[in-house]
Design a protein around this ligand. Structure first.
Ligand SMILES: C[S@@+](CC[C@H](N)C(=O)[O-])C[C@H]1O[C@@H](n2cnc3c(N)ncnc32)[C@H](O)[C@@H]1O
Length: 205
């Protein structure tokens, strides 16, 4: 069980983050109860938690991303990871979010941060196939292994049409890497234990 000091530190971090949001006129951290989001099956999908700046920094550094790369966030929520990606001057940044309420907030956040080129789609990752422009795919634990399998198959179908080296970054693993290990061509590039168990895979068979 997590200790009292763990919760106190986390609460302190969240309070600080909310007040920083307020100063910039954005909303990444205000709590949203999944059961209050219209049309959202909170038993099926992981609810929104924003990634933290240091987590994205560590993962991107380990992934060896460069300004020629383009990254797509599966389950972008209010766009916190998208904002962190924007600090790296990448070729293209985009994301998809199932919950309309969150996708709308993400769009407003990007406007307020003057990031008009960050592309946000409101929809289900299972139906999204416009991946040609991206070669990095980021997952902060948005869904179950079953949905992850289908999404990886969409990425691999896109690869056949448009071959390039593909990088998968998965933060907060719950067995998702086991599926990647079964597919020829995926090579584990790095495992990190902080932030939470995360992996980076490269695919270029
Ligand atoms: C843990 S949050 C990650 C937020 C964001 N990526 C970040 O790092 O700040 C996971 C998000 O995935 C979204 N999600 C869950 N299932 C999805 C699906 N099938 N398609 C698109 N988004 C989904 C949830 O609504 C939630 O906002």
């Amino acid at each position: 069980m997590a200790s009292k000091s763990f919760f106190t530190i986390n609460k302190f971090y969240d309070d600080h983050a909310i007040s920083k949001d307020k100063k910039r006129g954005v909303d990444f951290y205000k709590n949203v109860k999944p059961e209050n989001i219209e049309g959202y099956d909170h038993h099926k999908y992981v609810h929104y938690i924003p990634s933290k700046s240091w987590q994205i920094k560590r993962l991107l550094k380990a992934s060896k991303i460069t300004c020629n790369d383009a990254i797509f966030d599966y389950g972008c929520g209010k766009g916190k990871a998208l904002y962190e990606f924007s600090k790296y001057k990448l070729n293209k940044i985009g994301g998809i979010e199932l919950a309309k309420e969150l996708a709308d907030i993400a769009k407003i956040n990007m406007q307020k941060l003057n990031l008009p080129n960050v592309k946000i789609v409101n929809g289900n990752a299972l139906n999204f196939t416009e991946l040609d422009d991206y070669n990095y795919f980021f997952f902060f634990d948005p869904f179950s292994v079953d949905i992850f399998k289908s999404v990886i198959n969409i990425i691999l179908t896109n690869y056949k049409k448009n071959p390039r080296e593909i990088t998968i970054i998965y933060m907060n693993l719950r067995g998702h890497d086991k599926y990647l290990d079964t597919i020829e061509g995926f090579i584990k590039h790095k495992t990190l234990y902080n932030p939470v168990r995360s992996v980076i895979y490269k695919y270029n068979p």
